[in-house]
Design a protein around this ligand. Structure first.
Ligand SMILES: Nc1ncnc2c1ncn2[C@@H]1O[C@H](COP(=O)(O)OP(=O)(O)OP(=O)(O)O)[C@@H](O)[C@H]1O
Ligand SMILES: O=P(O)(O)OC[C@@]1(O)O[C@H](CO)[C@@H](O)[C@@H]1O
Length: 303
């Protein structure tokens, strides 16, 4: 079973305005509301791709109730720890450019963290646990480290999709898969990239540090895949971007969906890129039909 952990889920409130005028009254031309947070997005895409998962994390209040209702309507199993306070609302402003304002989220008390850790201890070696998104400020920045250590004790595979200090602290813990975007990779090594060659150097470094499979996404410029034996690159399919929120999460889901269905790593990478782009070309997350159309346009090159 795949378990996704979203420690700080969100209701994503997508607001389209023709032109954003700061300091003035703006009227939306369209609004959309989705259950969000990176792990939840992974669960939603997995479901669309025909793979079951259980969504774990902390949830609370009327916003939390909305998320659970939406996930249940999509037949996604939820096993969240309920906390007092409201799950955050993340505002995604679309006005030609995409501007995001992510909320803070509720306080997580030690007893809630302990209840969550019990669920991690119950994993088995047949499970994959996906750690995705930011860590609530009330939890220790090393909480992902603690989760990985527990997951490793039972030999579950760990997938990491986070950034900043949280990602840095995980590198030595030998994750199964990490998917930074190129900016997150640069930040991790305190550098800036001027070429794809530089991205390759640092992507391979993540593998040397112990991550088994590394995908480095570069939005419309495609993605790299690295493991000990090979480096792959794929251009992103061309299309009209409607909403890139969740494109990275869709890549993680696409890779896991193909991998757990017995596809080769190359095929899983192609499916991952197609899933990311299919989401970028959709209002909500990708559909399986869209992914399967786009995967034919993904040409994987070996280095
Ligand atoms: N403009 C685009 N055109 C085509 N594909 C895109 C575009 N933007 C994103 N994608 C697809 O989505 C994948 C992930 O994009 P990106 O690198 O932006 O991830 P991310 O920064 O983790 O995204 P997010 O945090 O918004 O989920 C890319 O590898 C590509 O396949
Ligand atoms: O604040 P975090 O946890 O870093 O990111 C949360 C978030 O921006 O990521 C998802 C897209 O990847 C959205 O559904 C959600 O709003």
């Amino acid at each position: 079973m795949i378990y996704t952990c979203t420690l700080n889920p969100s209701v994503d409130y997508i607001v389209h305005v023709d032109e954003l005028r700061i300091g003035e009254l703006n009227r939306a031309v369209k609004t959309l509301t989705f259950p969000g947070g990176k792990g939840i997005n992974v669960s939603r895409v997995l479901k669309r791709l025909g793979i079951e998962s259980t969504a774990l994390g902390f949830i609370g209040g009327f916003t939390g109730a909305f998320i659970i209702e939406q996930l249940q309507s999509e037949n996604i199993t939820c096993d969240f720890v309920e906390v007092p306070g409201n799950t955050r609302i993340n505002v995604k402003l679309k006005s030609g450019k995409e501007t995001e304002i992510n909320g803070q989220g509720p306080m997580i008390q030690p007893e809630h963290e302990a209840e969550f850790m019990e669920k991690i201890r119950a994993l088995t070696e047949n499970d994959i646990v996906v750690l995705a998104g930011s860590i609530p400020s009330s939890l220790s920045p090393d909480v992902y480290g603690k989760i990985i250590d527990e997951a490793k004790k039972v030999k579950a595979k760990v997938v990491v999709d986070t950034s900043g200090p949280a990602l840095k602290s995980l590198l030595m813990r030998k994750a199964f898969l990490a998917k930074p975007n190129h900016k997150e990779l640069a930040e991790l090594f305190d550098t800036t990239f001027h070429s794809k060659d530089e991205i390759m150097v640092y992507g391979r470094r993540l593998v040397e540090l112990g991550v088994e499979n590394v995908i480095v996404s570069m939005a419309g410029n495609g993605a790299f895949y690295f493991n000990r034996e090979m480096t792959l690159f794929a251009e992103a399919p061309k299309g009209t971007v409607k909403n890139s929120v969740g494109a990275g999460d869709s890549m993680v889901a696409g890779f896991l969906a193909a991998y757990t269905s017995g596809k080769s790593l190359e095929e899983a990478f192609a499916y991952s890129v197609a899933s990311g782009s299919a989401t970028a070309f959709s209002e909500d997350l990708c559909t399986k039909d869209c992914v399967e159309q786009l995967v034919h346009e993904v040409n994987v090159m070996r280095f």
